[in-house]
Design a protein around this ligand. Structure first.
Ligand SMILES: [Zn+2]
Ligand SMILES: [Zn+2]
Length: 429
């Protein structure tokens, strides 16, 4: 039965929610009467007049959640958040979290150490939000930005990994020595609206003029995509160069010294007079990498608060091209997932502008589905973009070498991908 009903305001018997529209989190029937609502948790109980059950509702859900998942009638979502904050006893913290999660249906990666927490997980909405709400009750995490997106096919992660991890983000040499707890070492946060303003001020989308610079004509801004090359391939901010790395952990942009290096976007850049505008999916990679750049003398570092996912939700797809790559089984999401009201279609215009964007990795023709497959060679499993004819010709493999490999899986039709793709990428983020 449909479970996507929403209750239009005003709600009877509940004066405190008169201006809210509630979305029903879980209910087997359509007819509801609100009974109570908590402004603090933004959630309330709703009485279902058909089943005579109390169900949970919330006013802060993504607009597109609204279809039953594979797992029965429950709606699922993916939740992401992170925070750099000193945790004195991370092992004890992990135990507390594990205890809370006991009996709750949460899958994903939740890592804790003395530098903070980094979480991406999926679950039925009630469980998924309950964990985030519980965390926010702790003053250390009360201001954490919790981001949600719908998971229409149920869990987006295979299992739960909730544990201490020496690095909250995979980074060569680890990150325990990086001053991520010091906000002044990290890039300055720009709100999505401020970020959009900076992008729109652009004449040359790559080298952005700095509005604040006034008479200083030498001052420049530079847009830096702090992700992996394959993420850029399905979507990026207009004007951002493709990162020449296959894994963020090996990122070395800005570290090449003063000599001009074609692979390093920041080589030769004036560290005092250039504003570096950095972005990544959810913000954490920029927070980490900006401390590295700061130590290398880059003085004007800015980053998009909450990353691209926060931007798409707040500002829609303005300035954004294609989909957003995500590190779970959904692999990529169109901007409308985050905010269907603000999304504009820029796809066709931008495809023609870029040599690399949305191209088959094998024949370089344009692909229509902005989502990776994984290689049919089990021992390769590489994520790649492929056109329909290359899928056929290369038997679902990423290259001709892989077609000769001993452990080949049968070709999957259409845009399907093999399970366990995460074995390849699981520890990348
Ligand atoms: Zn092709
Ligand atoms: Zn391959």
């Amino acid at each position: 039965m449909a479970i996507s009903s929403s209750v239009a305001s005003p709600l009877p018997s509940c004066s405190s929610v008169s201006s809210l529209t509630l979305r029903i989190l879980y209910c087997p029937a359509r007819i509801h009467i609100a009974t109570s609502f908590s402004k603090k948790s933004n959630r309330g109980l709703v009485y279902c007049s058909v089943t005579s059950q109390l169900v949970v509702a919330s006013s802060r859900l993504p607009a597109r959640i609204g279809r039953a998942g594979r797992n029965g009638d429950l709606e699922f979502c993916v939740v992401t958040f992170y925070k750099f904050v000193s945790i004195e006893n991370p092992e004890g913290e992990v135990l507390k979290h594990q205890e809370f999660l006991q009996g709750r249906d949460i899958h994903g990666r939740i890592y804790v150490n003395e530098q903070g927490i980094n979480a991406q997980y999926s679950g039925p909405i009630e469980d998924a939000l309950a964990y985030a709400d519980w965390l926010k009750e702790d003053p250390r995490f009360s201001d954490i930005l919790v981001q949600t997106s719908p998971a229409l096919d149920g869990h987006a992660f295979p299992r739960l990994k909730m544990r201490f991890k020496p690095s909250l983000v995979q980074f060569e040499g680890g990150m325990s020595h990086l001053p991520v707890l010091n906000p002044t070492m990290r890039a300055t946060l720009l709100t999505p609206a401020e970020w959009r303003e900076r992008l729109q001020a652009s004449i040359n989308p790559f080298e952005l003029p700095n509005k604040a610079s006034g008479s200083n004509h030498d001052r420049r801004s530079l847009l830096l995509d702090v992700r992996n090359g394959y993420e850029w391939d399905v979507g990026h901010f207009q004007g951002a160069e493709r990162p020449e790395v296959d894994s963020f952990r090996h990122t070395s942009v800005g570290l090449a010294g003063e000599e001009t290096a074609t692979f390093d976007l920041l080589a030769g850049v004036d560290k005092e007079n250039t504003d570096i505008l950095m972005y990544c999916t959810g913000g954490i990679r920029c927070d980490v990498y900006s401390t590295v750049l700061r130590q290398r003398g880059f003085q004007n570092l800015y980053t998009l608060s909450g990353g691209v996912s926060h931007y798409l939700k707040s500002e829609g797809s303005a300035g954004w091209v294609g989909n957003l790559f995500v590190f779970d089984s959904r692999l990529s999401l169109p901007p409308s997932t985050y905010n269907s009201n603000l999304t504009t279609n820029v796809r066709s215009k931008v495809v023609s502008e870029s040599e690399r964007f949305a191209k088959c990795y094998i024949c370089r023709s344009r692909v229509l589905e902005f989502r990776h497959r994984n290689c049919a060679n089990l021992d390769c499993n590489r994520l790649f973009l492929s056109c329909g004819s290359c899928v056929e010709e290369f038997k679902g493999c990423c290259c001709s070498d892989c077609t000769q490999a001993p452990r080949l899986r049968p070709v999957l039709p259409g845009h399907e991908r093999y399970q366990k793709w995460h074995l390849y990428r699981d520890d990348d983020f």
